[in-house]
Design a protein around this ligand. Sequence first.
Ligand code: HEC
Ligand code: HEC
Length: 279
Amino acid sequence: MIRILQRMRSRAIPLLALLIAALYGSALWFGLSSPRLATWWSLPVDPRGTMPWHAPSIESVPADEHGELIRDGRRIFIATPEFASDHARALVSCSNCHMQGGIRPYASPMVGLPSIFPTYNKRAGRVISLAERIQECFVRSENGTPLDPQGREMHALLAYIDWLSTPQPTRRKFAGRGLVVLPVLTPDPARGQRLYVSQCAGCHGAGGAGYTPQFPPLWGPDAYNDGAGMNQISKMAAFIQHNMPQNRPGALTPQQAWDLAAFIHNQPHPAFNPAYKHY
Ligand code: HEC
Ligand code: HEC
């Protein structure tokens, strides 16, 4: 009897995964109108910020060609490996890091960026455009290749980010830009490993490969590469302290976030291709 139950259990898990995948697939299919997207889209985005901001209404996407471009940009943003498959080798979407389609404060949101770029970029050592910043994430966070700067994918992403930013007064920063600022602490990766097992492995997998496309990988061949912002311990610590675990954001102390980031940093990541180092 127990054996049968155990067998049912081991079957139930792949079945459950399939069911989740099917639901996720249909959410993508419906794109803008999916219930999950609609729920987080209508959240008040920045209750504490100095600049109250609400996501533009989805109905405000025009029904014309420009609207189609915005919708394409949104698809690429939310399901990058599927809709920009030639340029993304990682099984990670923009929206897995720039959460809620790029509107979540302190998950490096896209809101307001068109009026801030072109701006000086420390990594590049020069002033770069928003398009060039997007290329950086393609060759690093997506472990992929740059887009054609004049191609539809780049125009679509820029149109989407513009649309997100339209209600913003120009030349002012969105209050949740970037990531939270944590104190600089000395991390302990061994402590991070224990925390990973108890708090993260359930969604991101014991081996860090995640369960794509719902739960993105954190290391291994399908993750961001070692040139990515997430590969910097301080950046990942700031990201996870405010945004993870996804079902209990804010539960980690800054020290725990540093420990986890150091542990994940020590795991294998694909190598950044130095041919793209000007991005
Ligand atoms: C693995 C995580 C990850 C993925 C995937 C990712 N990014 Fe990023 N992105 C980051 C991090 C980290 C930063 C830097 C945040 C900081 O320093 O404040 C960043 C910064 C940016 C910025 C500049 C934000 C600012 O405030 O100046 C843009 C624009 C951007 N990403 C676009 C994209 C796009 C478009 C995609 C998908 C093609 C993408 N990113 C995929 C992690 C990611
Ligand atoms: C309940 C499931 C869940 C748990 C638990 C969880 N995550 Fe996540 N994590 C997610 C999901 C889902 C995303 C993608 C976010 C999105 O698409 O909105 C994500 C994204 C991330 C990302 C950015 C994407 C990438 O591939 O780099 C990092 C880093 C991350 N999680 C780290 C952690 C760490 C560290 C923990 C443990 C403290 C943790 N997560 C716990 C579900 C979870």
